[in-house]
Design a protein around this ligand. Sequence first.
Ligand SMILES: Nc1ncnc2c1ncn2[C@@H]1O[C@H](COP(=O)(O)OP(=O)(O)OP(=O)(O)O)[C@@H](O)[C@H]1O
Ligand SMILES: [Mg+2]
Length: 336
Amino acid sequence: MPSFSKNLGIDLGTISTRIADSSGILMDEPTVVAIAIEEQKMVEFGKGARDMTGRVQTETIEVAHPLQNGVVADYEITEALLRYLLQHVSGPMRFFRPRVMITVPYGVTSVESRAVHEAVLQAGSRDAYLIQQPLAAALGVDLPISSPSGNMVICLGGGTTQAAVISMYGIVAAETMRSGGSLLDEAIVGYVRRKYGVIIGPGTAEQLKIRIGAAVPQDKEESLEVQGQDQVSGLPRPVTLTTGETVEALEEPLKHVIETCRRVLEKTPPELVSDIIDRGVALCGGGAMLRGADKLLTKALGIPAYLVDNPATCVVEGAVKGLGLYPILKRNLPPV
Ligand SMILES: Nc1ncnc2c1ncn2[C@@H]1O[C@H](COP(=O)(O)OP(=O)(O)OP(=O)(O)O)[C@@H](O)[C@H]1O
Ligand SMILES: [Mg+2]
């Protein structure tokens, strides 16, 4: 009998939620929800909700980020969000509820993974499976992980940083740091405050990072003026930052990323390390798009690191592929 159920991959990220089926990406929106406090009802999701941040009456509308550092921070909002998303992408689900593979960071606790599993089932999926994000990423960038050989991926997310070595569909060595791109934004906020006595918001810092930021010094030095607030007078004050200054600001948080990757390599059997040296390290996640991230990691690890073609979407694309491979993958997936 043919199955009429849709197969969906969901990447529930700290910053962005992405949904895909075998035809491609169906949705890519910020993981932000606006809730009418009195009715306890979700009134907006995604970009619309994100744009309300700091711009609405806090007594009537709460703008919530239900995921924190890759894991569910608010179960009820996450479930409501997943219900909305599933209905949005698969229409009324009375008859054909979707099969879902949803991602979790590597190494989450069983309580954390059960929360995601339960939420997606309650939200209306027929079957729900979990997959570790680095494994999904490796599938999403078509690394040859079906063979007994070493493949390394580094996922630089917004709220997590994950490094993993994968062989024969299994994670051989890995580590998750529960901080990601947001920590880089905070480092820029701190740098601007210390150097110029100006306070900027994390959103402004993120814009600086994305538009002129870099992990290593660049040939082309760029600059950007942003608005801040004088630390002493509290009055508005513009400040101009250069690419070189972002490199300085980001040095410290990027050291932690390097340390995490080094620890994973230390735990990796030598045969697999030699494969990784030949093949390179795949960089994925939104943070991998930071200029020079590949150069920095190549130098620090002594292994060529490269930016994949689909850094932001490879995890969700891999989750869809993972559904098709479920019979092979199942012994390596997180228990629920
Ligand atoms: N061009 C860019 N340069 C540097 N950083 C970027 C760029 N584009 C996006 N980012 C950063 O990528 C991060 C978001 O990445 P991503 O969408 O992979 O996170 P996520 O999947 O929601 O989070 P997580 O996987 O940690 O739960 C943010 O910190 C954002 O600032
Ligand atoms: Mg992610």
